[in-house]
Design a binder for this molecule. Sequence first.
Ligand code: CU
Ligand code: CU
Length: 300
Amino acid sequence: MSNIERQEIRSLQPGQKTTLFRAINQLKQNGIYEKFVNWHGIAMMTKAGTELFGSIRNLAHYSPVFLPWHREYLIRFENALREIDTSISLPYWDWTIDAEFQDPPTSIIWTEDFLGGRNPTQNGLVTDGPFKNWKFSLNIPGNPREAYLRRDFDNAIQLPFRRDVELVIKNNLLEYDKPPWDGNQDYNSFRISLERPIHNPVHNWVGGTMEEAYSPGDPVFFLHHCNIDRIWANWQRKHNYLDRYPANDKIRDRRGRIIPFTNRNHKMFPWNDINDNTHKRVQQVLDFTQYYEYREYYVP
Ligand code: CU
Ligand code: CU
């Protein structure tokens, strides 16, 4: 059992928010934050499997490892924050609350006391709040460059509703994942039903930085993924599936070859140095209860 409890960002005390945002800015200043951004970018830009056509799988998305990879990534980020202040636990952003609003960009989430950026400037720059005017050096192979934190709030996209989330959690017929283990399924597994129609639109709704391979450049990434992880955790608990993931070496591409960094006995990329025993295997993150718990939040 863990003493880390992750809460909805709206339920944090003002002092807890200040501590959290200060710690995030500290990681930004000492270069650790950009290391996280680049880890995500390189995993996302590395194709997984040897299919010649038809797969959009990469080492962190559109494969069964999508959920364990982001779980491990969040644990690492939370640990980095807790090295600065041990009172911190990562909050989640339950966007199903905002989905009900007439005009979601007016949510308290985007005010100066929370994540800022309610009124991005014309090119989407975030010029207020704790992360105002953030700038990154992106270590993109073949295309290193600088970028600013940007958001667009695309109201043409609908944030997922609570019932959408409840449906995937309650559906007893859903397996965790199925061949061909990629992004091209007919929503017949839990992972793809969560990844495509629920996880993706939130990136696209926030827009700007959140739509790029370096999407963790926007700190809301971590809150969004924490909510995705919470939905997986709720599904695991509801069905008593804490250890459910395809068997060793079962995840293979269409040519029958084991897809590296995705099977339950594999370490994940780019944390795969076999001699470093701080790197976990997929199976070691399935039971989240050893790392943290989620506190549910109800709209008053
Ligand atoms: Cu990602
Ligand atoms: Cu994502």
